[in-house]
Structures are given as structure tokens and as C-alpha cells.
Design a protein around this ligand. Structure first.
Ligand code: GDP
Length: 396
């Protein structure tokens, strides 16, 4: 390669390469953004309330009354809610895919299938439209993010959660959230979070995490930049603990805040020390909206398309994509915990080995002692026999 080809040049005036992220924003703005969010989890985990809290409007009615008299269905339904959000000249078409009935049955075998089929169908429909001679107007319901609501049991993930998350994560940007997190104490929540993170890592479930490596869509990519710091904080908070409410209450200082009211006080939805709602909303609708849309396009849709054109078998739970999971444990705090655990196990093994060696030595010592005793007894027996023989001789 010639020296000229590798030289770094500072163009005067600037060529404008540095405006690239803004261009992405402008392109998205001109086309009018479209964002499809899927929510799934058992009934009653607060999905409807969360959606209404997220978009600050009643996108979906809780229709609890109606549900109470509806017999439980054997299948998982797919509800599509559409809305247009307008803010400062930017309009975003929002599609919310709700999945009532997921996990509600006694036998939840393959409950994930309708969700997987829906995601695959949207990729398929988009692919077919692309193959048409006129491709201008596209009906696009490809899912950009899946919010998976985890029941706040405090114990861990159920096999159904693990299986479903595994499958969803190969097809879309999966974001697990702890539902109704106000039902857990701060300490229980931390333990629950760390258990979920451990399972996610052990099972290699690829959840969406803000990009930390260089080459991401962020403007400023130095490791110490505020954007990277923000990304790191978001990763540390995963899985996000959410609380939803459609009501406002006075916070005691004359300001109405969205909250859940309890006899002992308010759980404020937008208070970072009460829950992670603000972080999740920022990730979904502000900081990483474009990243979610682009990874859906460039990773999930492209992989689906490639596999379909290659004739892949969509029954395989790992298809269409088995992308490497981004590590949740980049955080030094978790690294420290992991190292401490490793040290604890090594120390335990060493102590056991030592105990075993001591025990072995004791057995050897005992055997020597017993051998000594045996020799004594044998010599005594010999002596006695000698005496008996002498006595018999004398007698004769
Ligand atoms: P969905 O079936 O998952 O859509 O759940 P809903 O949104 O209909 O909520 C079911 C019930 O849980 C309602 O009574 C809500 O008021 C309540 N709820 C919703 N979000 C929360 C939350 O964050 N914390 C608590 N404690 N209750 C919630």
C-alpha cells in the first residue's frame, strides 16, 4: 500500500464525513420513522399499563372487565395497535404488537411459536415486497424490539422464559424487563437481576445491549465519552426493572408525577431510584431507536433473507440468527465478583485436597501402627508356643 493511501488527511473545508450520524437521522426523518415494538409475557404483568405509560397516552384499554368473563383460550393471540407520535417536526409511526394469552395455559409447550411465526412472517412479507417490480410503498411490520416481561418472583427465570427468550433473541432485538418491580424490595431486585443475568449469559441468550465497540452508530466513540459511559450504565441496569402507571399524584411538593400510590408513599415511575423506566424509555425512543431499527434491518432481516434464499430450515430453534452475544459482564464490578467466586472455588478445592491428603496420611499411620501391633502379637504368640513346647518336653 502506498504511503499516500494510509496518510490521514484533514480536509479544508471539511468534507462532511463527520455528519454521518445526523444524515441517518435526516433520512429517517424524511422517510418518516416507523418503529414496531412487541410486548410479551403472561397476562397481568402490566404490559398494557407499561405501553400506555411509555407513550403517555391510552394506546390500549385494559378491558379487565371484558377479560374477566372471557374463557382462557388455548392459543396466543396477536394484537396490533398503531399510533403516530409527533414531536418537534419528527413523526414516528408506532406499532405495538401485544401477545395476549402467552404463557397463560397449564401446558405452555411451544407457546413461543406464534410469536416466532409473527416475526418471521413480517420478514417474509417484507422480502416478497422487495422482490416486486415496484417497491416504493412497503407494508413493514418487522419487529424492532421485543420487550419480554419477566414475572417478579425473585427466584429466577422459568424454563418457558428461557426457551422463549432463546428463540426470540435469534430473530429480533430482545430486551428482558422485570415486570411490576415495585413488588420487590431493592435488595431482592438486585439479587433477582443478577440471577437473570447469570442465566442469560450461561444460556447464551443474545439480548440487545447498547453498542460499546467502536464502529457503532454513536458520534463520539472514545471509550471515556459520555455516550459510552451512558451505554455502560444502561448495560449495568439490565434487565430493566419497570413499573407502570397511568395516574398522576402530588409528590408532596405540589408537582404531579406519574406514580403508583401505596399507603406508605409513592413509587414514582420517572424516578431512577425507584425503577429503570426512564432508562428503558431513553433506550427505546431516544438514544438507541436508530440502532434498534438498523440492527433489525442489517442483522436480523438480512440473516433471515439469506437463510431463506439459501433454503434454511426455519424449524431450527437457533435460526435464523445465532449472533455472538454481547457480554453483560464487561462491568468491572461483575468481573470482580466473578474473580472472587473463582478464588473462592479454588480455595475450597485446595482445602478439600489438603483434607484428603491428611486423611490419607492418617490411614497410612494407622496401618503402620496396626502392623506394629500385629508383629507384637505374632511374637507373643511365638513365645507362648515356645513355652507350651518347653512345658510339654518337661512333662514328657
Ligand atoms: P397485562 O395483562 O400484562 O396487559 O397487564 P395490565 O396492564 O392489564 O395490568 C394488570 C394489573 O396490574 C392492573 O391492575 C394494573 O393496574 C397492575 N399493574 C400494572 N403495572 C403495574 C406495576 O408496575 N406494578 C404493580 N404493582 N401493578 C401494576
Amino acid at each position: 500500500m502506498s504511503a499516500a493511501a494510509t496518510a490521514t488527511t484533514t480536509a479544508q473545508p471539511p468534507v462532511g464525513v463527520s455528519n454521518l450520524p445526523n444524515q441517518r437521522y435526516k433520512i429517517a426523518n424524511e422517510r418518516g420513522g416507523s418503529f414496531t415494538l412487541m410486548v410479551c409475557g403472561e397476562s397481568g404483568l402490566g404490559k398494557t399499563t407499561f405501553i400506555n405509560t411509555l407513550f403517555q397516552t391510552t394506546l390500549k384499554h385494559q378491558d379487565a372487565q371484558q377479560r374477566r368473563y372471557t374463557p382462557i383460550k388455548k392459543t396466543v393471540d396477536i394484537d396490533i395497535i398503531r399510533a403516530i407520535l409527533e414531536e418537534k417536526n419528527f413523526s414516528l409511526r408506532v406499532n405495538v404488537i401485544d401477545t395476549p394469552g402467552f404463557g397463560d395455559n397449564v401446558n405452555n409447550n411451544k407457546a413461543w411459536q406464534p410469536l416466532i411465526d409473527f416475526i418471521d412472517d413480517q420478514h417474509d412479507s417484507y422480502m416478497r415486497q422487495e422482490q416486486q417490480p415496484y417497491r416504493k410503498v412497503k407494508f413493514d411490520l418487522r419487529v424492532h424490539a421485543v420487550l419480554y416481561f419477566i414475572k417478579p418472583t425473585g427466584h429466577g427465570l422459568k424454563p418457558l422464559d428461557i426457551e422463549t427468550m432463546k428463540r426470540l433473541s435469534t430473530r429480533a432485538n430482545l430486551i428482558p424487563v422485570i415486570a411490576k418491580s415495585d413488588t420487590l424490595t431493592a435488595q431482592e431486585l438486585q439479587v433477582f437481576k443478577s440471577r437473570i443475568r447469570q442465566v442469560i449469559e450461561a444460556q447464551e441468550i443474545r439480548i440487545f445491549t447498547p453498542p460499546l465497540e467502536t464502529g457503532s452508530v454513536k458520534d463520539d466513540e472514545s471509550p471515556d465519552s459520555p455516550a459510552m459511559e451512558h451505554a455502560r450504565q444502561l448495560i449495568e441496569s439490565m434487565p430493566f426493572a419497570v413499573v407502570g402507571s397511568e395516574n398522576k399524584y402530588d409528590n408532596g411538593q405540589g408537582t404531579p408525577v406519574v406514580a403508583r400510590q401505596y399507603p406508605w408513599g409513592l413509587v414514582e415511575i420517572e424516578n431512577d431510584s425507584h425503577c429503570d423506566f426512564r432508562k428503558l424509555r431513553g433506550l427505546l425512543l431516544r438514544t438507541y431507536l436508530l440502532d434498534l431499527i438498523l440492527t433489525t434491518e442489517e442483522l436480523h432481516y438480512e440473516t433471515y433473507r439469506r437463510l431463506r434464499l439459501e433454503g434454511g430450515n426455519s424449524e431450527d430453534p437457533n435460526l435464523p440468527v445465532k449472533a455472538p452475544a454481547r457480554k453483560l459482564s464487561h462491568n468491572p464490578k461483575y468481573k470482580e465478583e466473578e474473580n472472587a467466586l473463582k478464588k473462592y472455588f479454588t480455595d475450597q478445592v485446595k482445602a478439600e485436597e489438603q483434607r484428603f491428603r491428611q486423611w490419607e496420611q492418617n490411614i497410612v499411620n494407622e496401618r503402620i501402627r496396626l502392623n506394629g501391633d500385629l508383629e507384637d502379637i505374632q511374637s507373643k504368640v511365638k513365645k507362648l508356643e515356645e513355652q507350651v513346647r518347653n512345658l510339654q518336653l518337661k512333662k514328657r
